[in-house]
Design a protein around this ligand. Structure first.
Ligand code: GTP
Ligand code: MG
Length: 697
């Protein structure tokens, strides 16, 4: 392990001192088998959670639309083939990054600028020519005016890189890139400084000149290197190595007839040598981190999806509850109005027949027949009144339901916070570019879609159930008894009727009275039926809501299981990294770890190990920072972690109602502090804010 790249002061303790303080280091195990096992276990736990979540979600009508949200987070079966080592070329615009990419990969010369600034605006990776399993990544230049977007793009690549080659040219001010360089340094990546000594090479004479006295090109460099070194030192970092080279010569060597000479004069070999050594030295730790990261990223995506489902379902359930209450009230009003209208109809239609006898002039045998006709028409009128009113009720119920639905659909928030916690890449991009990018954004859209889908699924809801409840029965059932009464009226009193209109009036009135007395309760019964059906429908919907809530609970628990699986993997990863560094004792005392991949890992160790970790920090591709178990004051432990991250004792720790504030004088850029704060908050289970004294009011 190269101790060079880490924090300098503490690691310069003589190893023998460590033994005197803490005893002989126990023998370390080969970390790879244990790590493969941990990765497989994590993968298994994630797959189980994924499957269980999908089973739960599809089982309920209301949560089914959310299945589409889970589907993309299926956990892959096994590790993909180990990805190549990633070497990031970073530095100021025009420094020669794209030229160096062309030199190292043997192609892509078209990416090289021709005089203008900010040529490269994207990230581009290609396999290295002379280094197996290594890819070289070209990035946009940093330090240019209005280049915030470029910086964001380049910085977002840092966590995924194994090594950063900081390309600086000997004809620019290093101050212009100071901020970006410090940001890189604080990310804990090994940094190789490549000073591109730009001498003209555009004419044959110039080439000849360079080949005759190549070393003269590399004369004026110390000032540049000193400045770069001081920026790195501000972050407690020393470059792995500094190399001087002539990128253009190295690139031209590939095509020129004096290639071999140009190549050797370009000093590119020195850089290749460093990269080869780094590749070998970090092979095992790189594999540990990469394998862990692959499954970890899947776990985080799954966790975010589960979170999206749980939050989304809960919201839909609550909106559906509100919608249901609203629909219920609207329905009740409409049904009541319908009942009143229907009663009025009946009273009116029957009332109209009370004067029927006035129209009778012929009291002969025909009168019975005519009354029978009138009676049939009355029944038909009643029937059609009931049908019409109930049809209208159904229609207005449906309209009201749709209107309520429309109104409540807007209550479903289209946006929500589902970004993956501890996803530094996302955090970084958002903070710098101020935009939501990547899977986070897609997830937000998908959640919103699923929520609307779930709500739309309710449309057939309780009102639909009423259809077919009524009609046809009411008057039909009565008509027989009515007919019998009328027949008896005319049979028994036919003779009298002939002479007495008054008797006819009274007889009809009685019949109509009785009819009304029977029809009205019948209508009431129908309305009661409608109400019962509606209530039933609403109850079913309530049950659906409850079932969906239960699904949300299940999904919430699965989310916790995923979280736990990631946490277990993090701890195992850190233990394996410690074993790889020959630090078995520290590995054994690690109790809990939280990784922010590519940035750092916070490791909780037993008290006895804390001092050792602090005095003799282990070397790892990802800086490890240590602290003791959570104490009674959860934020109190934060200071130790910050000390490990910055190599400086924090100037103050303040406890606020909602956060523990750790103030450090370390020159870490704002974004790095924000990322540290977020990950430490998670690790300690309490809000931690790391700030600089000037930011503190
Ligand atoms: N003379 C000389 N010119 C060089 C050297 N390296 C790069 N150049 C020239 O400098 C210009 C910029 O080089 P690039 O490789 O495109 O620079 P870059 O760092 O990728 O720049 P951006 O893409 O804008 O960030 C090109 O015209 C190169 O030919 C060098 O070592 N010597
Ligand atoms: Mg470029």
């Amino acid at each position: 392990m190269s101790g060079d790249s880490g924090k300098k002061s503490r690691q310069e303790w003589c190893p023998a001192v460590k033994e005197q303080f803490f005893g002989v280091e126990p023998k370390s195990e080969d970390p790879l088998p244990a790590h493969s096992q941990a990765v497989a276990a994590c993968r298994g736990a994630l797959s189980d959670a994924y499957r269980a979540a999908r089973v739960a979600v599809v089982a309920e009508e209301m949560t089914r639309p959310f299945d589409g949200l889970l589907m993309p987070s299926e956990i892959s079966d096994g590790p993909s083939s180990s990805p190549p080592m990633r070497i990031l070329l970073m530095g100021r615009t025009m420094a020669g990054k794209s030229t160096l990419l062309a030199a190292l990969t043997g192609g892509f010369a078209e990416r090289i600028g021709v005089g203008a600034q900010r040529t490269t605006r994207d990230v581009f990776a290609a396999p290295a020519l002379d280094l197996p399993d290594v890819e070289v990544v070209d990035t946009p230049g940093v330090g240019a005016k209005d280049g915030a977007q470029d910086v964001a793009l380049a910085m977002a690549e840092v966590p995924g890189a194994d090594l950063v080659v900081w390309v600086a040219s000997n004809d620019s001010f290093q101050e212009e890139t100071a901020q970006a360089l410090r940001a890189v340094a604080f990310r804990g990546k090994p940094v190789v400084v490549a000073l591109n000594c730009r001498a003209p090479l555009d004419e044959e004479l110039a080439i000849e000149d360079f080949l005759t006295r190549p070393d003269s090109v590399f004369d004026q460099h110390e000032g540049h290197l000193r400045t770069i070194r001081s920026h790195l030192a501000a972050a407690g970092v020393r470059p792995v190595t500094e190399v001087l080279l002539h990128a253009e010569a190295a690139r031209a060597a590939q095509t020129d007839d004096v290639g071999a000479q140009l190549r050797s004069a370009s000093r590119i070999e020195a850089l290749l040598e460093v990269l080869r050594r780094e590749r070998l030295e970090r092979r095992i730790t790189r594999r540990i981190v990469r394998e862990a990261d692959e499954v970890r990223a899947q776990g985080l995506a799954l966790r975010a999806a589960l979170d999206g489902v749980a939050v989304g379902v809960r919201e839909v359930v609550s909106v559906a509850g509100g919608l249901r209450r609203d629909q219920e009230q609207r329905a009740q009003r409409l049904v009541e109005a319908c009942r009143q209208l229907l009663e009025d109809d009946i009273v009116r239609l029957i009332g109209q027949r009370r004067e029927w006898h006035h129209g009778v002039t012929d009291f002969g045998a025909e009168v019975g027949l005519r009354w029978a006709e009138e009676q049939t028409s009355l029944l038909a009128d009643l029937d059609s009144a009931v049908k019409q009113r109930v049809d209208e009720l159904l229609r207005t119920l449906d309209e009201a339901s749709t209107a309520a639905q429309r109104e409540w659909a807007t209550a479903v928030r289209p946006q929500m916070h589902v970004e993956g916690l501890r996803d530094f890449r996302g955090l970084w991009k958002r903070r710098v570019a101020g935009s939501v990018v990547g899977t986070g954004g897609a997830l937000v859209a998908a959640v919103a879609g699923a929520k609307i889908g779930a709500l739309a699924g309710l449309s057939s809801g309780p009102l639909g159930a009423v259809v077919g409840v009524v009609v046809g029965g009411i008057v039909g059932a009565l008509s027989r008894s009515l007919r019998m009464k009328a027949q008896s009226l005319f049979k028994s009193k036919a003779a009298i009727l002939e002479e007495n209109r008054e008797l006819l009036r009274a007889g009809i009135a009685t019949i109509l009275e009785e009819l009304q007395a029977q029809v009205l309760p019948e209508v009431d019964g129908t309305i009661r039926d409608v109400r019962r059906q509606l209530t039933g429908g609403f109850e079913v919907q309530g049950e659906k809501g409850a079932a969906a809530s239960a699904v949300a609970d299940v999904v919430g628990r699965l989310e916790e299981a995923v979280e736990a699986a990631i946490s277990t993997l993090d701890l195992q990863t850190v233990r394996c990294l410690l074993h790889a560094d020959g630090r078995a004792r520290l590995a054994a005392s690690a109790e809990r770890a939280t990784r922010l991949p590519g940035v750092f890992a916070a490791v909780q160790v037993r008290d006895s190990a804390s001092t050792e970790a602090w005095l003799f920090p282990p070397s790892s591709p990802e800086p490890l920072t240590f602290g003791r178990a959570r104490s009674h004051y959860p934020g109190a432990g934060a200071a130790t972690y910050v000390l490990g991250l910055t190599d400086q004792v924090p100037v103050a720790v303040r406890t606020r109602a909602n956060a523990t504030v750790v103030i450090t004088e370390a020159a870490a850029p704002e974004m790095v502090l924000a990322a540290w704060s977020e990950a430490l908050s998670h690790h300690l289970g309490t809000m931690v804010e790391i700030t600089r004294p000037d930011a503190e009011e």
